[in-house]
Design a binder for this molecule. Sequence first.
Ligand code: PMP
Length: 433
Amino acid sequence: FVPHSLQAKMSRPVQARRLEGVDKNIWVEFVKLAATYSKVNLGQGFPDFPAPDFLTEAFTRALGGGNHMLHQYTRAFGHPPLVKVLAQFFEKLLGRDLDPMTNVMVTVGAYQALFCCFQALVDEGDEVIIIEPFFDCYEPMVKMAGGIPVFIPLRPNPPKDGKLMSSADWQLDPAELASKFSERTKAIVLNSPNNPLGKVFSRGELGLIAELCVKHDVLCISDEVYEWLVYDGRQHIRIASLQGMWDRTVIIGSAGKTFSATGWKVGWVVGPDRLLQHLRTVHQNSVYHCATIAQEAVAQGFQRELMLYGKPESYFVQLPKELQQKRDWLVQSLDAVGMKPIIPEGTYFLVADISQFKSDVPDVPSSDEPYDYRFAKWMVKNKGLAAIPLSAFYSQAHKNNYTNFIRFCFAKEEATLKAANDILQKWKQEKTS
Ligand code: PMP
């Protein structure tokens, strides 16, 4: 007789094959490091300033306003007031009629929107083109769907006049891009404005991508979570508004980024029903539903923004104005100490060149860990300043070409940016004294 307790130990492999090679996650590691060591956290992308009053007030009203049904389930594919106002808003932005019930779906942040896209649209063996550097989850999500990521890097062209580089100086090589498309290509992931570089793709660049999508009958998963965060009078252009693209594009957005409330995890997709119907299948068979109260408050936020559209009081006008100023402060701080910033045209991220600080953190050529990882870890432990290594946003094959940069988030209070400046100044003095 063998007691059950002795038989209970399992010997068979428990991990599903689809998880092979996707177990590491930069955020899990660096969020923990920042929590343990950082005095100033410019790492993970979230604001440390409050969400706007009109949004938090809407949440409070929804919570205690007498409609107890807001504590219950709502419609699976999006709370009706939210999908309605999103449809109205995107009708304006895209210049086409939208059906709130079939052209919009609410998700648990843009993250789940991405997951739905890959699960619903990518089959075993399908190729998905990803432009590097990229928001890191695209690669494991494509792989978990059985797809094959195909990478194409933005190539830096440093300005010759000695000026600081801009994110616009990172460009796709048109011939290289064309060479990535084939009959195996199912989709391309576009992220404009781009995390981590802050690049805002120009009409010409988007036109080139659109032309190739149409030519090869390829879908476009367009991650536009930073759509309102563009600077210096630039314009965010929606690829779905280009000829032939609506029918093959899923637009992804995030209330977290739009309203500076990343913890709410409300996101959405906008697109043609022929694509969204399959995303709904994934959604109804996975999370099914997102928190009703958060959706209600975001709906009210959008109603306000619809009313104030384009006016100076609009949050979508005010936020980029404030962030542009913060960007300029951080650019100045970094430039002053020789950590050369690449000026972002959009997003709340900034990539900086650490070459001149390398002597503080010696290279270990035999190490498996890319240099920028070791640099970022050393910096948070020794200087209390948290940032993210740029090579985390590259595929394994290309990582080693981009280990001289780290990414900072500047969606921070003035005091936080000042504290970061103090750390950098002191560090620079220690180096020169
Ligand atoms: N896409 C990009 C490009 C992002 O930077 C992020 C968040 N950092 C997301 C999607 C996920 O957004 P959410 O927090 O709404 O899930």
